[in-house]
Design a protein around this ligand. Structure first.
Ligand code: BTN
Length: 276
């Protein structure tokens, strides 16, 4: 029998983070909850300070974009949510998805030697051509306005841990590193993610262009033929070439009819329809 994975522990994780951090200044670790996004939102409504992070070993109702279910296998991954209170205009809060994607990608590079994590716009991180991370940003405006950035990282899953229908599309850090490798230390991975997100946070306000440039350079979609669902008013799906990221992080595509279209995250599903 393989050794059972060591449970996440807040003190162990805090010891791996810089004392002056904003992201991760408070860390809450739950054995089970519905969704860490729900718990972070409750903290947001209760007035908790920016930077609190909620982890859960198991989510009973983990969710992704477009009302999709998110599988959160107990003790195998990192399922966590950040509570943020951006001081800038609400119209720019959509930047958080691009920031989170770049911060997480940098953290994965640090955790896996030789890795260059790719970003599948707008909210997925790919390793070796498969999805390893999903990001879900939710927000509430008003007097106690807050944003929640939920991050799900498949860390120690082996192929059999994924539902059959996901096996060809999903991966974990362990699988991407080497199937025979020992399980990764989840505290070390979590710390690398939080450190990189924290270090990049100031750039959201003062140098977002550099975050977009890195997201573009890590893009899984650029130059590829893609299928868009829910992006156009007059068609259920459309085919396009992904051309570039715009300064606000939205995606510019060239449709088959030759027209350019700018797509923002929202309710759009994007899939690659042709490999390079
Ligand atoms: C997606 O791929 O569409 C986004 C998936 C986001 C999953 C994470 S796991 C932690 C947090 N809690 C949730 O319910 N969802 C996010």
């Amino acid at each position: 029998m393989p050794p059972s994975p060591s449970p996440l522990n807040a003190e162990t994780l805090q010891a791996l983070l810089p004392p002056s951090r904003r992201i991760g200044r408070e860390i809450l670790i739950l054995e089970e909850t519905t969704s860490t996004n729900d718990v972070a939102a409750q903290l947001g409504r209760a007035g908790a300070a920016e930077g609190a992070v909620v982890f859960a070993e198991r989510q009973t109702a983990g969710r992704g974009r477009l009302q999709r279910k998110w599988e959160s296998l107990a003790h195998k991954g990192l399922w966590f949510s950040l509570l943020l209170r951006p001081a800038w205009a609400f119209a720019d809060w959509s930047r958080l998805t691009t920031w989170a994607a770049v911060g997480v990608a940098r953290g994965l590079d640090e955790s896996l030697p030789g890795c260059r994590a790719a970003i599948k716009w707008p909210n997925d991180i790919y390793l070796a051509g498969k999805k390893a991370v999903g990001i879900l940003c939710e927000s509430a405006i008003g007097p106690t306005g807050y944003a929640v950035v939920g991050i799900g990282v498949n860390v120690n899953h082996v192929r059999a841990d994924f539902p059959k229908e996901l096996r060809d599309r999903a991966t974990s850090l362990r699988e991407a590193a080497d199937l025979d490798a020992a399980p990764l230390d989840r505290h070390a991975v979590a710390a690398a993610l939080l450190r990189n997100l924290d270090a990049l946070y100031p750039s959201l306000e003062c140098d977002f262009a550099s975050i977009v440039a890195e997201a573009q350079s890590r893009s899984f979609l650029m130059g590829r033929r893609i299928t868009l669902r829910g992006a156009l008013e007059d068609a259920a799906t459309s085919e396009a070439i992904a051309e570039a990221l715009e300064p606000d992080g939205s995606l510019r595509v060239r449709l088959d009819n030759g027209k350019t279209q700018i797509i923002s995250g929202g309710e759009v599903s994007v899939s690659v329809s042709q490999t390079l």
